[in-house]
Ligand binder design. Structure first.
Ligand code: BG6
Length: 528
């Protein structure tokens, strides 16, 4: 999608059954050989996402055979023990069944390096091992450091990488890049500090802040849909759009991550990153080119245009927080958030947030953006819907059923697709009109293998394409929207003005106040 720097191009190996719908699609590119160094190598993210993604990239021929993985973590393991543990994890989490021969070939390039994150000597040993492996495996001294560690360890690891000169590029070195997982900071101040720490060691062009939503096929398609078609952009503005809704609904709870979630809540976990990224893609101006900086400049302009002048009254009026109590999900009883492991019995952490935002620029002035996200909602559904204004003259006003306004819904997951709602005449002698849907689904139009977000993003980082990663200023602009709200909630909690939690039952669509937030404007949440 993005314009990329020229690199070696190799076609993917032939697929078992040639798919006519893929005919003419461009060939994917293969990055230079590199060594991926994963910090936090025994954690959940490495097992569930990073290694399955690398394995699948290798499987489809998008990583060169020299690709090497060095896992850096505290626990003692031999290379063999670590490979065996990973094989189990990849077999469990890979999107396609593992092939033994291919795994053996891939696993021969996986190595384990034991070390404490704060121990400088451990980084010297790591550096020596990388030099040896570069020669032995032909990785040309290219290094991709992946921080899959709790955020608090980030600054220590980054500082130590710098002290061991592992950030060095050029003059006898290959490239050196660092991928940093979300959450990037806890609020605006800590994000700024982290950006400063990173900036002391790495140049911005070496830094890849990951938000896996940007790697989802349907999210990437948002840009193609908006800027690859000529007919939508002219109506994509305040003149025609009544309002925009963005929903990120999950039916899952905190899934054993109670301790992490107590610190995060829905606002820091989803709103600050995934949702504001979706909003910036749907609201941005067309970039002058599809390269990393042009894209990110436009996203940044949207984030900066969001009215974040929050005061008590506005937070109370435009933002709703919620927390789930016990309920039923998919026919099974589930506990409330306060009964989850590692969660305080009187926790005020929000598992739901809904809010109304305004983007103060020429395109969007006076168009409300309603956002909602929550855990343990009725069903998983991520969708952006753009609702258009009613036609200027109600010619069909005497019909019984009031036609609904035009709507364009982009379903990010599941049932990925795009739906356009319009009004049609009901067949018959009368003049009944009704809303109907024109529905595009990915599954039926492209019978292709959809890569996981982590595959797309890891490949991009290795190719040196930062288009789908967030830049320092972008992350800070997103925190500037969310931090004042978090701060206000903390103040209210401390001053005894605590929320009445739980305020929604698991398996529902969130607290009633969220309905009132939109209904008082004469609108309602789309039923998903
Ligand atoms: C993560 C959050 O970033 O995104 C999780 O930390 C959340 O709490 C997850 O469940 C949702 O991602 P996806 O890809 O399942 O929509």
């Amino acid at each position: 999608m993005a314009r990329r720097a020229p690199t070696l191009t190799r076609s993917a190996p032939p697929r078992p059954q040639a798919n006519p719908l893929r005919a003419g699609l461009r060939l994917e590119r293969v990055p230079e050989p590199a060594c991926v160094v994963v910090f936090g190598a025994t954690g959940d993210l490495t097992h569930r996402k990073i290694l399955p993604a690398l394995y699948n990239l290798r499987r489809v021929g998008l990583l060169p055979p020299e690709t090497t993985v060095v896992a850096f973590a505290r626990r003692p393991y031999t290379d063999e023990q670590y490979r065996a543990e990973l094989k189990e994890a990849v077999a469990q989490f890979s999107r396609v069944p593992i092939q033994d021969a291919l795994w053996d070939d891939f696993a021969a390039g996986i190595f384990y390096q034991q070390g404490e994150f704060h121990d400088q000597e451990a980084y010297k040993r790591l550096s020596q091992r990388l030099e040896q492996l570069s020669v032995a495996r032909g990785t040309r001294d290219n290094r991709l450091f992946y921080l899959a560690t709790p955020p608090s360890l980030g600054p220590t690891i980054i500082e130590n990488l710098g002290k061991a000169s592992l950030d060095a590029e050029g003059r006898g070195h290959g490239w050196s890049r660092i991928v940093i997982e979300k959450p990037f900071g806890q609020d605006l101040e800590s994000a700024r500090e982290l950006n400063r720490d990173v900036g002391h060691v790495f140049r911005e062009s070496q830094v890849y802040r990951i938000d896996h939503y940007l790697g989802k096929e349907t999210v990437r398609n948002l840009l193609v849909f908006r800027f690859g078609n000529g007919i939508f952009e002219p109506i994509w503005n305040r003149r025609y759009v009544d309002h925009v809704q963005i929903t990120v609904a999950e039916s899952l709870g905190v899934e054993g991550r109670g301790a992490f979630y107590e610190e995060a809540g829905a606002s820091r976990d989803i709103l600050q990153n995934h949702m504001l990224q979706l909003l910036s893609l749907v609201a941005m101006e067309p970039p002058i080119a599809f390269d990393a900086d042009d894209l990110r400049n436009e996203k940044l302009r949207v984030l900066r245009a969001i009215d974040c002048d929050w005061n008590e009254e506005r937070v109370a009026h435009d933002v709703v927080r919620g927390q789930y109590g016990p309920g039923w999900v998919a026919g099974k009883p589930v506990p409330g958030y306060r009964e989850e492991p590692e969660v305080a019995r009187d926790s005020t952490t929000e598992t739901f947030v809904a809010l109304r935002l305004h983007i103060q620029n020429w395109r969007w002035a006076d168009v409300p953006f309603y956002l909602r996200t929550g855990k343990r909602l009725a069903k998983p559904a991520t969708e952006i819907s753009v609702q258009f204004k009613q036609p200027p003259l109600a010619l069909f006003h005497d019909v019984q059923q009031n036609p609904e306004p035009n709507l364009l819904a982009m379903r990010i997951q599941p049932d990925e697709g795009i739906l356009l709602r319009f009004v049609a005449k009901v067949p018959g002698l009368g003049l009944d009109v009704r809303s109907v849907n024109m529905d595009f689904t990915y599954g039926s139009s492209f019978v292709s293998d959809t890569p996981e977000a982590y595959e797309t993003l890891l490949l991009d980082a290795m190719l040196g394409d930062a288009s789908l990663f967030t830049r320092a200023d972008e992350v800070e602009a997103a925190w500037a929207v969310v931090s004042p709200i978090d701060r206000m909630w903390d103040q209210w909690d401390q001053s005894g003005n605590r929320p009445q939690f739980p305020n929604y039952a698991a398996g529902t669509w969130g607290p009633e106040e969220a309905d009132r937030l939109i209904e008082r404007d004469g609108r309602r949440w789309r039923r998903l």
